[in-house]
Design a protein around this ligand. Structure first.
Ligand code: ADP
Length: 529
């Protein structure tokens, strides 16, 4: 043990708080990592570090959050996760920045307000298609798990009561075997101000369990890929062509299947990354600032037979139940990596705070500011990690995480789990030394910035670079476990997301990137010929 390493006996665990809606896997992973469960009879009411629950927090809960605490939802993100609000935000962005950029959302009408627009579009299309049928899907705005959905081709079959959306039904999905599927892509937004988005490089592919058939629109087992529906179908256990039994694959299995068909999976992944960034960007300016929160979203993406990704919806508190082996292998690790990610994020914030933030963002951290409130609170934990030389000089925190907990991370004692108790009474702690002199806001990042994600193959190389610059300005870490930073993705977007969000500038950068990627694809094709 290093000289300055405290003895284990004097360490105390971090504390997580749950309610009856908190997924079981979250609790078990946190316990596995050495955290303690909050018990209101035994502890002070503020004596916890992480509150993870399925429903949102009230604004008062956000404003009262203490510097050592963290919540698993941002305020106001139903703008993203309610189907009607998502459509409105994306359509608004399409109007502002060009419809083609936002053409990843199938044409959508919010009912009842867009009813006449829908009817006009329906008849226009009917005429254009002549005798061919057009297909639509009607989804209740606030329901999930495929409940209340109808698919129709004839407007006579449209029935709706509450607010719902009518959407163009993607009738040429990419089929595996002859089964429809969609992707559940996990995204963690560690901050809206400044905007910081990570994508998870593993995920799930959910299959319909009966063969896709446009002649039978009422068959949910053929048209809806929700596992809550397909699990109860007669064909769930059956060994299905290519898909096998059950109704889920891991994303990595899906991508390797695509590679076996010579599909450019990197290009597809880049497109998905763009869909995620553009979607989050649509709501980012309107999300109220709240300290110490993060959020894990589930993006449902359908790929069509031209390999175009379509965004179907964004899920609030994506399902974390472990119903099959794919769930177990993806979701347990997902939660481990989420905890790693927020831990690293908190370390960075702390560092930023003690050095004086140079990116214009409020420096909040789990370990934070409020150090005079009594030594029993668990807030020392994250800061302690830094002060007791958690990382050797030439080892970045990210690198350390990746190297200390590789594959079998579930057996290792995660570093954030333990903290030294009462080592220094908080009130006796010296304030940070004088703030460093004002420095250039955006240093020459060039080689240092770890903006690798948009050019990084899915689940292959793992780029690691320092995330705290020599001048102490802050750059989000590139990776935590399977999470990879996708926004900001270069120096320009880093600059455009600090001191306010310059959406126009960010869109320009995305467009530049798209053009670059398109020309790379064209070059590749020419070389192949
Ligand atoms: P829910 O929140 O009820 O799960 P979704 O929007 O995710 O609603 O839709 C459920 C399922 O319906 C999707 O997983 C997908 O299989 C299918 N689906 C939804 N929208 C479309 C669409 N526009 N085109 C084709 N299939 C769709």
């Amino acid at each position: 043990m290093a000289e300055d390493e405290p003895p284990r006996a004097s360490l105390k665990p971090l504390v997580f708080r749950v309610d009856e809606t908190t997924p079981e896997v979250v609790q078990s992973v946190l316990l596995e990592r050495g955290w303690s469960k909050f018990d209101q009879h035994e502890r002070n009411v503020e004596d916890w570090n992480l509150y993870w629950r399925t429903s949102s927090f009230r604004m008062a809960e956000h404003t009262n959050v203490k510097p050592w605490q963290c919540l698993n939802h941002h305020p106001g993100t139903t703008r993203l996760t309610r189907k009607d609000l998502l459509a409105k935000h994306l359509q608004h962005m399409g109007r502002l920045y060009g419809t083609p950029l936002y053409a990843f959302l199938p044409a959508t009408f919010v009912m009842p307000s867009d009813y006449s627009k829908f009817v006009a579009e329906y008849f226009k299309e009917k005429q254009a298609l002549d005798a061919k049928l057009s297909y639509w899907i009607c989804k209740p705005a606030e329901l999930s798990r495929g409940r209340g959905i109808i698919i129709f081709s004839d407007i006579k079959n449209l029935i709706f009561a509450d607010t719902c959306i009518i959407q163009k039904y993607i009738c040429n999905p990419l089929l595996v075997g002859r089964y429809k599927c969609d992707l559940r892509v996990y995204v963690c937004v560690t901050g809206f101000k400044p905007l910081t988005i990570y994508i998870y490089q593993e995920g799930l592919v959910r299959f319909a369990t009966e063969k896709f058939d446009l002649g039978d629109l009422e068959n949910s087992y053929a048209h809806l890929t929700n596992s809550s529906i397909n699990r109860s179908g007669a064909s769930y256990e059956k060994i299905k062509e290519v898909v096998g039994s059950g109704c889920k694959w891991t994303l990595s299995r899906f991508f390797s299947y695509l590679r076996s068909w010579d599909v450019d999976d990197l290009l597809l992944w880049q497109k998905i990354n763009r869909v995620v960034i553009l979607t989050v960007l649509a709501i980012a300016p309107s999300v109220p600032f709240a300290a110490n929160c993060f959020e894990l979203f589930g993006f449902d993406i359908l790929i069509d037979d031209n390999l175009k990704p379509w965004l179907l919806e964004v899920n609030y508190s994506p399902g974390l139940s472990l119903d099959c082996s794919a769930d177990v292998s993806v979701k347990r690790r997902l939660i481990h990596d989420t905890i790693e990610l927020i831990h690293l994020h908190s370390l960075r914030n702390e560092r930023k705070e003690s050095c004086g933030a140079t990116d214009g963002s409020p420096g909040v951290s789990l370990a934070g500011k409020d150090r005079g409130q009594g030594s029993d609170l668990p807030y020392e934990s994250f800061s302690q990690l830094r002060s007791r030389r958690a990382f050797s000089k030439d080892e970045t925190p990210v690198k350390k995480v990746v190297t200390t907990c590789p594959e079998n991370r579930h057996n290792c004692q995660p570093r954030e789990a333990l903290s030294r108790q009462k080592e220094v009474h908080p009130s006796a702690r010296e304030p940070p030394k004088a703030k460093p002199k004002a420095r250039a806001r955006h240093p020459a990042l060039n080689t240092l910035i770890p903006f690798v994600s948009l050019i990084q193959p899915h689940g292959r190389e793992k780029g690691l670079s320092p995330h705290i610059q020599p001048d102490n300005s802050w750059v989000p870490g590139p990776q935590a476990g399977n999470f990879v930073l996708i926004f900001p993705f270069n120096e320009a977007t880093f600059g455009a997301s600090r001191n306010g969000l310059n959406v126009r500038r960010i869109i320009q950068e995305l467009q530049k990137l798209m053009h670059k990627q398109c020309s790379q694809v064209a070059e590749k094709k020419i070389k192949r010929k």
